[in-house]
Design a protein around this ligand. Structure first.
Ligand code: F6R
Length: 594
């Protein structure tokens, strides 16, 4: 994954731009960080740390007289976090300093060739190979870095957003892009680049999304873009700056803030997709969906769980529907007929596994609808239609408000297909239920204080409660590091119950009259084996001894309050364990590698 930033020209304070920019990108990885400043005397000043941008701040001087600069925050793919593997990476003869986001698939064969040319390699990264191949190409014909980059791109296989400083041209910042996001921005007397607009919004409102295969350079007052040796015109795009707000707003963690923003997000979706009388969806999109015989959902992680809810909605409508984990489908794509339509769900819109699926779908010329939170993301740009989640920036690695937004949007979309406006009322009452959960969050904190020492946490449910259980379990394991699994209630006795002992907690979601008795029996079976059971029920099904209850919402929406409770639960367990809630170990927010 990784995040990159760069600037050239009259930047008031280079270290400030780079460090603040990297801090806003650290959701893309935080294993190591680094920055390189190129001075008028053609010398690089390079600083790197194993750790976060906060650690980098401690070693970068407050002021550096530079003409250009690049920075990087890393999520390690090739090579463990170390200074040698931290970016910026210098080429062997010191001509180039580069930062890279992506994965170079043929780096091993290139490395072998570099060894044959007597290159020495210090670290284990694929990026070091890129820096040295570039230098090798350039030194063979030292006329133009641009031409060297063009040749480099013909050699590299894999994904990359590269920012490149060349020692002899401190007033230029070179770049190249394929399959990893890269955005350029202009302002008076300076130009910038970054993996996403966040680091740039303070400096510019004019953005350019670099397309795959493009490369070029920035100077203080020009941006030049090329593809295959030919110059291409600049295309400006807009960003909704308001949605890029990263203010913590008085909260101690983004995760808590984002959980509590959920009711506002649902209200925003109601305004965006319903005008008081009618749904507001693109008629062509609705036509495609109505005509489709088969709806296939693709997504990863939390978005995958929202996708299963979507699949369920379409099945209830009587339409053939299925869901695949994107990284699985990408290697075994399943096409049924020409009336198949794809719905691709992603908060970030940059998840590599999903983008890979989208390419396969687009290559077959088939319709795909993106549901994403990120305007102008790759998923958005390449989709036939896009529906936006309106969730605002989600900073915490654990996805919370985006999940509720995804399910809400799917409910609105499906209801609009047969003009069922009753969903609007249901969503309004859902919001009241969420607000009442916010008011009772201390009760959830009390449960967290009981369970945080357990070794194993199971979540069970049936029907849509099982989907909630899956999402609850993902949230629990990713931010608390407690082993957690989710099962359909009936499956426990077919194996998993063997794991239960007195250090096991089991949460059973119970929102459905049909399955109330069955799920309670499943929980009882665990209690009999000395497990600790916590039943989260809806008020109508509440029984003495239940751990928590929520007011009734439409059965098709009950997954949202159930998951909502579990978001608080995971949050409070993580808090009790004093771990980094917003940046859990080994993870990154935007997963732009396969
Ligand atoms: C879980 C989480 C991840 C993401 C997954 C997909 O809390 O955040 O599982 O849901 O990486 O990300 P997007 O939705 O950006 O494609």
């Amino acid at each position: 994954m990784c995040g990159i930033v760069g600037a050239v020209g009259k930047v008031k304070n280079f270290p400030k731009f780079i460090l603040e920019g990297l801090a806003s990108l650290d959701y893309r990885g935080y294993d190591s960080a680094g920055a390189s400043f190129l001075k008028e005397n053609h010398e690089f000043a390079c600083y790197k740390v194993v750790g976060t941008v906060d650690d980098l701040k401690k070693i970068v001087p407050n002021k550096i007289d530079a003409l250009s600069s690049i920075g990087h925050t890393r999520w390690a793919t090739h090579g463990h976090p170390s200074i040698n593997n931290a970016h910026p990476i210098a080429s062997m003869n010191g001509l180039f300093n580069i930062v890279h986001n992506g994965v170079i698939e043929n780096y091993r064969s290139l490395k072998k060739k570099l060894y044959e040319k007597s290159y020495t390699i210090k670290g284990e990264t694929d990026t070091e190979i890129v820096a040295n191949v570039l230098e090798y190409i350039y030194l063979k014909n030292p006329h133009s870095v641009l031409v060297a980059i063009e040749r480099l791109m013909k050699i590299l296989k894999g994904s990359y957003a590269l920012a490149i400083l060349f020692k002899d041209e401190p007033t230029k910042l070179y770049f190249a892009k394929k399959d990893s996001p890269l955005i350029l921005a202009e302002s008076e007397n300076a130009s910038f680049l970054a993996s996403d607009p966040l680091p740039l919004i303070k400096y510019s409102q004019k953005f350019i999304d670099v397309e795959d295969g493009e490369y070029g350079y920035l100077t203080k007052n020009e941006i030049r873009l090329f593809i295959n040796g030919k110059e291409v015109e600049k295309r400006y795009t807009e960003r909704n700056i308001e949605f890029l707000n990263k203010d913590l707003g008085g909260y101690s963690d983004y995760m808590l803030k984002e959980i509590e923003e959920t009711p506002q997000v649902i209200s925003r979706l109601l305004i965006k997709y319903f005008d008081g009388h009618n749904f507001i969806f693109d008629e062509n999109l609705l036509k495609e969906l109505r005509n489709a015989e088969h709806v296939t959902f693709l997504a990863c992680g939390t978005s995958y769980h929202a996708a299963i809810v979507g699949e369920r909605y379409f099945r209830l409508l009587g339409k053939r529907s299925d869901t695949y984990i994107a990284s699985e489908w990408a290697y075994e794509p399943i096409f049924s007929n020409n009336n198949q339509i794809f719905i691709l769900i992603s908060q970030s819109g940059e998840t590599a596994d999903l983008i890979k699926c989208q390419k396969i779908i687009n290559n077959r010329g088939m319709v795909n609808i993106a549901i994403t939170n990120t305007i102008a993301s790759t998923l958005d740009r390449e989709a036939t239609f896009t529906l936006y989640l309106e969730a605002g920036l989600e900073v915490a690695v654990a996805s919370t408000k985006a999940f509720s937004a995804q399910v809400t949007l799917l409910a609105l979309l499906v209801s609009s297909l047969f003009n069922n406006t009753s969903v609007i009322e249901s969503l309004h009452s859902l919001n009241n239920v969420l607000l009442s959960i916010i008011n009772r969050k201390e009760e959830i904190e009390d449960i967290a204080n009981e369970i945080y020492k357990f070794n194993l946490i199971f979540f069970i449910g049936r029907g849509s409660d099982y989907i909630a259980a899956k999402e609850a379990s993902l949230k629990m394991k990713e931010i608390t590091y407690i082993h957690s699994e989710a099962f359909p209630g009936g499956e426990l006795k077919h194996g998993p119950i063997a794991l239960v002992d007195n250090k096991t907690a089991l949460f059973a979601f119970d929102s459905d009259t049909k399955t109330d008795l069955a799920i309670r029996n499943n929980a009882k079976e665990v209690e009999t084996r000395r497990g600790h059971i916590y039943i989260i029920s809806i008020k109508e099904l509440y029984k003495d001894g239940d751990a928590f209850n929520v007011n009734f919402v439409s059965p098709n929406l009950s997954v949202i309050p159930m998951v909502y409770v579990s978001q608080y639960l995971a949050y409070y367990v993580a808090k009790k364990k004093k771990v980094n809630i917003d940046k859990p170990r080994n993870l990154a927010k935007s997963v732009t590698v396969e």
